[in-house]
Design a protein around this ligand. Structure first.
Ligand code: HEC
Length: 141
């Protein structure tokens, strides 16, 4: 997977920069840095139902950031998701993934959620990177 390696290199460069910041004494910033490589591991939990580039039990995740909830054409969403009026961004994804049923009562996503805040942040960072993957790029051409 060439893309995974590329993502690693990017994240590596990112942490290199943070190591520099640490030396200058900015530890709070380093703590907040999301780790897309770890996020890819967290995404394994989603693969039971989702894929990046095609619909399965759940809708595809390419193009997720910035998209209206319930808007993938041809995917059979619950009425609750279609009516939710959510736009997916860092904040809304973090809330939804904490406990899907709390944010969208009646959602068909029968998944309890990702309890750990760092796991969620890393997962969201991965979903952003995934938009640049060849899998997602193919859909756009
Ligand atoms: C048990 C199957 C299942 C698992 C596991 C699962 N999902 Fe879902 N997901 C669904 C279904 C089904 C929907 C459609 C929900 C609806 O229509 O109410 C959905 C919808 C979503 C949506 C809304 C997408 C849109 O187009 O509006 C997001 C975001 C999402 N899932 C993210 C995740 C992430 C991230 C994970 C892993 C932590 C995950 N899901 C795990 C089944 C699952």
């Amino acid at each position: 997977m060439r893309w995974r390696l590329a993502a690693r290199a990017r994240v590596g460069a990112f942490f290199g920069a943070f190591a520099g910041a640490l030396a200058l004494g900015v530890p709070a910033l380093a703590r907040a840095a999301p780790d897309a490589v770890h996020g890819e591991q967290v995404y394994a939990r989603c693969l039971a139902c989702h894929a990046l580039a095609y619909d399965r039990v759940g809708p595809r995740h390419c193009g997720l950031l910035g998209r209206r909830a319930g808007s993938v054409a041809g995917f059979n969403y619950s009425a609750a998701m279609k009516k939710s009026r959510i736009t997916w961004n860092d904040k809304t994804l973090d809330r939804f993934l904490t406990k899907p049923l709390n944010m969208v009562p009646g959602t068909a996503m029968t998944y309890d959620g990702v309890a750990d805040p760092k796991d969620r942040a890393d997962l969201i960072a991965y979903l952003k990177h995934a938009n640049d993957s060849p899998e997602c790029a193919k859909r756009l051409h």
